[in-house]
Structure formats: C-alpha cells, structure tokens
Design a protein around this ligand. Structure first.
Ligand SMILES: Cc1cc2nc3c(=O)[nH]c(=O)nc-3n(C[C@H](O)[C@H](O)[C@H](O)COP(=O)(O)OP(=O)(O)OC[C@H]3O[C@@H](n4cnc5c(N)ncnc54)[C@H](O)[C@@H]3O)c2cc1C
Length: 502
C-alpha cells in the first residue's frame, strides 16, 4: 500500500457511498489526507453515470463524453506524485462540437480564436463585436465564478452574502440565454452559445448566467477524449485507488446511514451487514440521501416537503447503437437542434404526458477520435434526447421503442444516411433506468437543476447540516453537475475534511 500524502486522519475510517466521478475523486482526496477509505457502489462497475455498456464488440460510454477541465483529473494523480499522462492519455477533440440546424447549416465550436470569429461572421457579420464582448464576459465569469467560488465550501450563509454582489455584477442572477441575447442578435448564434447549460441539466432560459463561463472553460482548457473512452478514464482512476489501498466494494447497496447522538457512525447495507465509519462521503443522488438513507432522522432543512419543491433536471433517453459501416463525415460530438428552441425546452423541462414532437439531440461518435471503440470498419454511437423526467406521466415501456424509431428516422434524414439498415447492435436507457439503477430522484439526468436559487448556498451543502460526519459530493451538491462540477465538489469535501480534522 502506498503512503498517503498527509497524515491528518491516520486510523480514521471514511466510507464513500457511490463510485461516480465525485465519489472516486473524494475517496482519493480523503485517502491522500490519511483516511482509511472504503468505496461502496450498488452497481457491478465503477463510474456511476460514467460506466460502460458493451455489446457485440462495441464499446459505449454510457454517460459523460465531453471531457473538459483536464487539470482536475491531473490533480488526482498528482495527489500521490503520479502523472495522469502515464495512465490515461487524453486525445484532443476537434471540433469541440458541431451544432447542426434543421436547414442543414452547421456551426463548429473550436478552441481556435480566428476560426471561431470566422464561424460567427459566416452566420452574422454584425454580431462579431458582440461576440468578442461576450468572450470577455465569459472569461470574467470563469475568473470569479469558477476560480474564486466553485471550490469554496458554501454551507455558510455568510459566504453567499459575500459572493452575492459579485454574482449580480456579472449577471449571475440572469439566465445564460439573457446574457447571450445581450451580445448577439442572430437567433442561430444565440442558440449555439446558450445551449451549454443542457450539458449540466439546466434550461438555458432559467440556468444561472454563471454557467456562461463554460464557453471560456472550453476555449482555454480544450475538449478531450480519453484513449479507450471515458471508461478507460474510470479504469485508470480505479487502478489509482487500488494502488493507494482504497477498498472498492461493488454490488454493495447502502440501505441506511447509521448515526448516534447526531453523529454518523457507519452504514447498513441492504443485506443487513453494517460497516462502521468515522465519516461518510455520500456520492449518491443528494435528494435521495436525505429522503431514503436517513429514515429515522428528523430533518431540519431537507424535509420531504422541501425535497418535493425542488426543481429537478430533465430526463434523458440514451440510445446506444453500432453500425456495420463508418460515417466519416460525422464529427465526434454533434448537436442536432430541432426547429423550436424555447418552446421545446419548456416541454422537456415540463411535466407533459408525451415526448415532444420535435427534439434536439446530442450524437456521440467516439470512433471519430478512437476507432478502437468499435470493430474494424464500424462506428459506435449514442444519441441522447433530453426528455421530461419521471414527474411527467410518460410510460417508458411504451414510449421507448417508439422514440427509438423516431430517433433513427431523424438521424437518417439529417446526419446518418441509410442508418436503419446499418444498425447491428443496440440498447437504451430511459429516465426509468436512471431512477432504478442510479437511484436518481425522479429519474433526473443531472440531479437538481442549476437555477440560481438552487446554486451555491441554495444547493445541497457538501457538509450536512442534518448530521455530523456526513459529507456530500456529486452532481446535486455545490458547485453542480458535469465532470468539472463533481470533481470540484470533491475538492470542497477535502477542504471540509481538513477543517474538521483540525
Ligand atoms: C448521458 C449523459 C451524458 C453526459 N455527458 C456529459 C459530458 O459529456 N461531460 C460532462 O462533464 N458531464 C456529462 N454528464 C454529466 C456527468 O456524467 C455527471 O454529472 C457526473 O458523472 C455525475 O457524477 P456523480 O459523482 O454525481 O455520480 P454518479 O455518476 O451519479 O454516480 C453515483 C453512484 O452512486 C451509486 N449509488 C446511488 N445510491 C447508492 C446506494 N444507496 N448505495 C450504493 N451506491 C449507490 C449509483 O449506483 C452511482 O453509481 C453526462 C451525464 C449523462 C447521464
């Protein structure tokens, strides 16, 4: 077993519930502080939403594919004096993503400033000065919103009060779309630069303008894809955990958190086995932790009523498929926008009884960057359709096969000719899958949505106010969903563990 970096907590046991990216990162950071770490996940593989689906020789990353902020991954290896590049090579992705409109036009987002200006001019010459101003705004949001506040614990109202004037100065109280609309007149460009909140489960018209920092994050730090896929990144982090002596137990379903006199004492598994701990870091869905894992605790803040009133992110229908041919002109990441924008978003984030008629899709073709993700001469894909979560009354047993057919027809018409004849293997996930397998409340794709009133102090705190010794990490907690968010939430937990150990 390798020696941890520090020894603040030698001999103290921490249990991590959930092996998503947040749980893995928090487990590594706790280990580096000297804790004895055991990580439990109810699934049969690590990674949570970042797990791998394999069939017929095809390799599908189930969830995250747009890898940004690689420095956060580097930090995890560096905690133990290792270099991430020796274990998980990252390949650059160009374009970062392609946005395709119904009329066939497309916009390529890249990290090349001149190419980006060229794309903006191609769509609307007059928007170029506004675009430049918007980039400066995004950079300032990144400096304040990301660099100053994202890794800072936000469980104290005083922190929020200090940050609030700056958040307002930078229009964080407005929506991402309203910031973009201020700078750009062209409707297509407004869509291109406001859709990023969808990547973290937010409605662009309601998500805090702070998230406009994503533009700067991508431009400065690039978009990457691990050689072998996101699954290879998870495997690399899993091997790092093993090298550092972290015990990983899969198919270990935590049924309850144990506590005495307001302090965590361990966890009980569904099998009845109990495991003692000095602290628990919960990476399960934050609302589900309070609703399901602490049944006998009288909760002060996160009451059932409060949990019910939260706004949850949309659901996702993800269709994984392999083809017996390659579609060489299709980019690694393509967003196929539908005809409608705001109206469609309102339906997706609403509680309708049907899947909307037109859809906006995200198409993933990993074989564009790494052909080894599929057998020779073939392509691996997934297409993701944002759909209403389980608060709507959609019956997914009926809706899923129909939606599958619609998606294939849409992609055949817009991006992948003769697709129906080329598909040789397939599977899918619905919001029902997210609810049953990830225990995501309401089957939401990204936990609670990133509105301002559900961000920072208003979001699930990384240090529980309900019971001592409980820390929360992952998409539902501060700062939020997406790999940069959940990896940063682990940094917040590290800071809190250090403070509390002292
Ligand atoms: C289809 C899809 C595409 C995405 N694309 C991107 C992208 O391109 N880029 C990006 O940055 N982000 C993307 N995201 C978002 C990103 O994947 C998530 O925000 C992030 O992975 C969530 O990590 P997490 O740490 O919150 O844990 P999760 O991945 O949610 O993992 C939590 C784990 O906890 C386990 N668990 C829950 N309850 C229990 C229990 N009681 N006992 C034991 N284990 C339990 C679950 O089984 C799960 O394995 C995508 C998400 C999806 C779904």
């Amino acid at each position: 077993m390798a020696a941890p970096r520090a020894n603040l907590a030698a001999g103290r046991k921490v249990i991590v519930i959930g092996g998503g990216f947040g749980g893995i990162a928090a487990g590594l950071r706790a280990r580096a502080l000297g804790y004895e770490v055991t990580l439990l996940d109810r699934l049969d593989q690590l990674g949570g939403r970042g797990r791998v689906v394999r069939h017929d020789g095809f390799h599908f990353d189930a969830g995250p594919t747009v890898i940004t902020a690689p420095f956060l991954l580097d930090e995890l290896f560096a905690l133990f004096g290792e270099d991430r590049r020796d274990h998980v090579p990252l390949l650059p992705v160009t374009p970062f993503y392609r946005v395709r409109f119904v009329d066939g036009r497309h916009f390529d987002l890249t990290g090349d400033a001149d190419a980006m200006r060229g794309e903006v001019v191609r769509f609307c010459q007059q928007d170029l000065p506004g675009y430049e101003k918007m980039q400066r705004h995004s950079a300032e949001l990144y400096r304040i919103g990301y660099e100053r506040y994202s890794a800072q614990p936000f469980h104290k109202l005083a922190t929020m009060m200090t940050a609030f004037p700056e958040i307002v100065r930078l229009s964080g109280h407005r929506s991402v779309y309203s910031i973009v609309r201020r700078y750009l007149r062209d409707d297509s460009l407004r869509r291109v630069f406001s859709l990023q909140p969808l990547l973290v489960g937010g409605h662009p018209f309601h998500t805090s303008g702070l998230y406009a920092l994503i533009q700067h994050l991508e431009r400065t730090h690039g978009v990457w894809f691990p050689k072998g896929g996101t699954g290879a990144l998870v495997a690399g982090l899993g091997a790092l955990m093993r090298r550092q002596g972290i015990a990983v137990r899969l198919q270990a379903d935590v049924a309850r958190l144990l506590h005495e006199n307001g302090r965590i004492t361990g966890v009980a598994l569904a099998t009845g086995e109990t495991l003692p701990a000095d602290a628990v870091i919960a990476n399960a869905d934050a609302p589900a932790i309070y609703a399901d894992l602490l049944p006998s605790l009288k909760r002060r803040r996160w009451t059932d009523r409060k949990l019910d009133r939260l706004d949850y992110s949309m659901g996702l229908f993800v269709f994984y498929f392999g083809t017996n041919r390659r579609y060489e002109t299709t980019a690694h990441h393509t967003i196929l926008l539908g005809q409608r924008y705001r109206e469609l978003l309102d339906e997706i984030f609403g509680r309708g009884v049907e899947v909307p008629d037109d859809l906006s899709l995200y198409l993933h073709r990993p074989t564009a960057t790494d052909p080894d993700m599929a057998p020779p001469g073939c392509d691996a894909f997934y297409v993701l359709a944002p759909v209403p979560n389980l608060r709507s009354e959609i019956d997914w047993a009926v809706a899923a096969p129909r939606l599958r057919d619609r998606l294939v027809a849409m992609m055949e018409a817009r991006e992948l000719p003769e697709l129906s004849a080329a598909i040789v293997t397939e599977s899918w996930m619905t919001p029902q899958t997210f609810s049953e397998e990830y225990r995501s409340r309401h089957g939401a794709g990204f936990s609670v949505s990133p509105r301002l009133m559900q961000s920072a102090w208003f979001r699930f705190h990384n240090k529980s106010e309900e019971v001592r010794g409980l820390y929360l990490v992952g998409a539902g907690t501060h700062p939020g969903a997406g790999l940069p968010g959940v990896l940063t939430s682990a940094k917040v937990v590290e800071t809190l563990l250090k403070e509390d150990a002292r």
